[in-house]
Design a protein around this ligand. Structure first.
Ligand code: GDP
Ligand code: MG
Length: 327
C-alpha cells in the first residue's frame, strides 16, 4: 500500500467540536476550546502522522481547523470567514462535523451551503455521540443530512472521548492521493509558540469571564524572549470598554492574577521551560470593527511583515556592504 497524504479541512457551525477533534487527532492541544461559540478565530493547521498498520500503508494528514461558519456582523467575523474560505481552498477532503445532540437548523444549513459550493468530497461526522444513549436516535438526523448533501461517508464519533477516531483516520487516509510526507515526523503545527501563548491567555479569559467579555477580548503578545530555562512573555489583553477592563483586572488585580497563573502553567507545559508572564489590560474601543486592528491579530500577516522588514534590513546591509567593498 502506498503512503498517502493530503489536506483535510474541518468545517461546521460554531461549537460542533471542530477544535476538540483537531486536538484529539493530533494528540496535542493546538487549539483552545470553550463552550462559547466563536472561540476559534483563525485557521489552525495540525499534522497527523498515521503509522502503517493492519497491512495499510500509513500517511500524513494536514488537518485544518477553522472558525465556526456563521454570518459575520463585524470586521472580526468577516476575517474569520475569510479564514474558513482559505482553509477550504484546494483541500482534498472536508470533514463536515455536526453536534448530533442537536436538530439540524439554519446555522447547520448555512455551513452546509458553504460545503456544497466548494464541491469538495466530504465526510459527515456525527459528533458528541457520548451524550446519546440510544444510537437509533441518530437515524432520522442521518437521513436528513443524507438528503441535503452527498457525503461519501457518515461516521459517528466522540471527539471528547476519542471514540470512532481510528475508523475516521482509516477512512480519511483511504481517500487521500498517494503522495509524500509534507512535514517532518516531529512537526505537529505551523503555529508559532508566540501566537499559541496568546491563545492560551485568551482561553483563560474565556473560561473566567462571561456575557460579552469573551467576544470583546483579544490578546497580543508584545514580547517573547525564549531562553533555555526561562521564557519571558509580556502580553496585552484588549477589551472594548472601561467596565470590561475593571472586570478583567478584578478587585486588587485578583482576576488578572488568576488568568495569568493558569495560563503560565499551560505555557510552561507547552514550551518546557519556566515562564515569566506579565499581563496588561488595555481598552481599544470598537476593535472588532476595525479592519486594521483585526489584520494586526493575524500571525501569518505579522510574520510576512517581519520578513519584509528583515528583507529590507538585509537589502540595506547588502547595499552598505557593497558600498564599503567598492570603496
Ligand atoms: N460531550 C461532548 N462534548 C464535546 C465533544 N466535542 C466537543 N465537545 C464540547 O463542545 C464544546 C465546543 O467544542 P469546540 O471544540 O470548541 O467546538 P468548535 O467551536 O467547533 O471548535 C466544548 O465545550 C467541548 O468540550 C464530544 O464529542 N462530546
Ligand atoms: Mg473551534
Amino acid at each position: 500500500m502506498p503512503f498517502r497524504s493530503g489536506f483535510v479541512c474541518i468545517l461546521g457551525r460554531p461549537n460542533a467540536g471542530k477544535s476538540t477533534l483537531l486536538n484529539a487527532l493530533v494528540g496535542e492541544k493546538l487549539a483552545i476550546i470553550s463552550p462559547k461559540p466563536q472561540t476559534t478565530r483563525n485557521r489552525i493547521q495540525g499534522i497527523v502522522h498515521v503509522p502503517k498498520r493492519n497491512g495499510k500503508g500509513g500517511g500524513q494528514i494536514v488537518l485544518i481547523d477553522t472558525p465556526g461558519v456563521h454570518k459575520p456582523d463585524s470586521s472580526l467575523g468577516r476575517k474569520m470567514m475569510v479564514e474558513v474560505r482559505e482553509a477550504m481552498e484546494g483541500c482534498d477532503l472536508v470533514l463536515f462535523i455536526v453536534d448530533a445532540t442537536h436538530k439540524l437548523d439554519a446555522r447547520d444549513q448555512f455551513a452546509l451551503d458553504l460545503l456544497k459550493q466548494s464541491g469538495t468530497r466530504s465526510f459527515l461526522l456525527l459528533n458528541k455521540i457520548d451524550l446519546i444513549r440510544e444510537k437509533s436516535k441518530l437515524l432520522p438526523l442521518i437521513e436528513e443530512y443524507r438528503k441535503l448533501c452527498d457525503f461519501s461517508e457518515l461516521i459517528p464519533i466522540s471527539a471528547l472521548k476519542r471514540s470512532g477516531l481510528d475508523a475516521l483516520l482509516d477512512s480519511v487516509i483511504s481517500v487521500l492521493p498517494a503522495g509524500p510526507a509534507y512535514f517532518p515526523e516531529d512537526e505537529i503545527t505551523d503555529q508559532p509558540a508566540r501566537f499559541m501563548a496568546a491563545e492560551i491567555v485568551r482561553e483563560q479569559v474565556l473560561m473566567n469571564t462571561k456575557e460579552e467579555i469573551p467576544y470583546a477580548t483579544t490578546v497580543i503578545v508584545d514580547s517573547f524572549e525564549e531562553g533555555s530555562k526561562l521564557t519571558r512573555i509580556a502580553a496585552t489583553i484588549y477589551c472594548e470598554r472601561e467596565g470590561q477592563k475593571r472586570i478583567l483586572v478584578g478587585k486588587g488585580g485578583q482576576m488578572l492574577k488568576k488568568i495569568g497563573s493558569a495560563a503560565r502553567v499551560q505555557i510552561e507545559r507547552m514550551l518546557g521551560t519556566k515562564v515569566f508572564l506579565e499581563l496588561f489590560v488595555k481598552v481599544e474601543p470598537g476593535w472588532r470593527d476595525s479592519r486594521s486592528f483585526v489584520e494586526e491579530l493575524d500571525w501569518r500577516k505579522q510574520r510576512e511583515r517581519r520578513m519584509q522588514q528583515q528583507g529590507l534590513q538585509a537589502d540595506v546591509e547588502a547595499a552598505s556592504d557593497a558600498n564599503s567593498t567598492d570603496g
